[in-house]
Design a protein around this ligand. Structure first.
Ligand code: PHE
Length: 443
């Protein structure tokens, strides 16, 4: 029996949805803080190299696997090969639960900060005061959990209706607005007195700072930021028309996502230096520096509110793709209704997120292998599960179903795919070997 599946209407709609999944808190919240912790420009260079070699190749592999199978990540491996391969899909579904649990906590922060900026609660240029406000907010045992619930409820609301015209249309308008606002804010940030040191830190690489741990962090960030290694792009690829040119789409999405990450770095890091903050401040970095930037510009309250609202939307479109992976699995494979699947999975992920949030406050002292719960969730997913998934996705596309996916890439030979030989080598050898090497060196 043929199951009727959703479809993106246009290639542009597909690219925007995939970019909506990629562009999110990973770019604006996580990237500047990781770059700050890992030597700035050297991290940026390594990040970009990995993104445009391994990242873009794995993304294309995911698109092609998804479209060839027209299934969720578990079903896709079952349909194309079976055997032990579906394990990769199950790992992806597990990663969706883990990532969305803490992602939704941070998504809640963006809503809270939109509200706090709009009501003038953050109107102080004093970064020490802002640091205190951030620490007090995230350490609270109730407030962040309420916003976490709001964020999760909105994600559930979108996914339960299907990733249809609503989110596609919203992305088309809001993502360009987000981009323009990002550029305006970058200009304010780099013209702050004292910003030059931050720009230099972010743009003039000092390669003596390269360590295996830092390369591992860059790799994890590439997978996280491009939504790779867990089947989000397999799932979205399964909804795209057979006429769309997927190699081009993979390049587009990788480029858009990288540009936004670089802009976020240019926004946050000069401000960090201008205000004498420590670039190693960790997950709070963006939430502490940005309000300080806003309070030093005309109409800062307005710009600030708008910015956090748009960041919230960017986060929502990513969260939707995370939830969609798990929901598509239960809908396709277990025959659960979409609404029931969305509500149940959403509730479980909400509960999973509570320890992450509390680990920044009352459960601060609970650590596993030296990491708090929040950091542990992030680490296990981004630095272990996603790269591991990426290795096997590349191997699968390069060796196991290569003729099939090449057929998908070229529309049965109708379209040129000029970098096919390169892509083949990437998937068969370079990506798996490099990722495995980085994973091992990082441990
Ligand atoms: N790429 C998203 C971001 O940068 C997060 C994400 C990871 C989404 C994995 C889907 C899958 O915010």
């Amino acid at each position: 029996m043929a199951i009727r599946r959703g479809h993106f209407k246009t290639r542009l709609g597909f690219i925007l949805a995939a970019a909506g999944s990629a562009v999110g808190l990973g770019n604006v919240w996580k990237f500047p803080w990781l770059a700050g912790e890992n030597g700035g420009a050297a991290f940026l260079v390594i990040y970009l190299v990995i993104a445009f070699t391994i990242g873009v190749s794995v993304m294309l592999a995911e698109f092609l696997i998804g479209r060839a199978a027209e299934r969720n990540p578990v079903g896709a491996f079952v349909r194309l090969k079976g055997g032990a391969w579906p394990i990769i899909g199950y790992m992806g579904v597990a990663a969706a639960f883990i990532i969305l649990s803490f992602y939704s906590v941070v998504g809640g922060w963006t809503i809270a900060y939109a509200v706090k900026t709009a009501t003038g609660l953050l109107e102080t240029p004093e970064t020490s005061a802002l640091g205190g406000l951030f620490a007090a907010f995230t350490a609270d045992a109730v407030e962040p959990l309420v916003y976490h619930a709001v964020f999760m409820a909105l994600t559930v609301g979108v996914v339960s209706r299907g990733v249809g015209a609503g989110i596609e249309r919203a992305c088309k308008v809001l993502m360009p607005v987000f981009f323009v606002l990002l550029v305006v804010l970058c200009i304010r940030s780099v013209t702050l007195p004292g910003a030059a040191a931050g720009l230099k830190f972010f743009l003039a690489p000092d390669f003596s700072k390269v360590t295996p741990g830092m390369v591992g962090a860059a790799l994890g960030q590439v997978f996280f930021s491009l939504s790779l290694g867990m089947g989000a792009m397999i799932t979205y690829g399964s909804y795209v028309s057979h006429k769309a040119n997927l190699p081009g789409a993979a390049l587009w999405v990788t480029s858009l996502d990288s540009v936004i990450a670089v802009l976020a770095g240019v926004l946050v890091l000069p401000a960090v230096f201008a205000f004498g903050l420590d670039p190693q401040a960790g997950p709070g970095l963006t939430f502490i520096t940005l309000p300080a930037v806003f309070s030093r510009m005309p109409l800062g309250g307005l710009f600030g509110t708008l910015f956090f609202l748009l960041l919230f939307i960017a986060a929502l479109t990513s969260a939707v793709s995370l939830l969609e992976v798990a929901v598509a699995y239960f809908v396709d494979e277990k025959g659960v209704g979409r609404i029931k699947a969305t509500l149940t999975v959403g509730a479980v992920i909400y509960l999973l997120g509570i320890p992450s949030s509390l680990s920044l406050g009352v459960w601060r002292d609970v650590t596993v292998a030296g990491k708090g719960i929040f950091d542990l969730m992030d680490y296990v997913a981004s630095n272990l599960l996603l790269p591991l998934g990426g290795i096997f996705i590349a191997l699968f596309a390069g060796w196991v179903v290569y003729p099939r996916v090449i057929d998908e890439a070229t529309g049965g030979g109708a379209r040129p795919f000029r970098w096919a030989p390169l892509w083949k080598v990437m998937c068969r050898f370079v990506a798996p070997a490099a990722v495995a090497w980085i994973l091992i060196a990082g441990l």
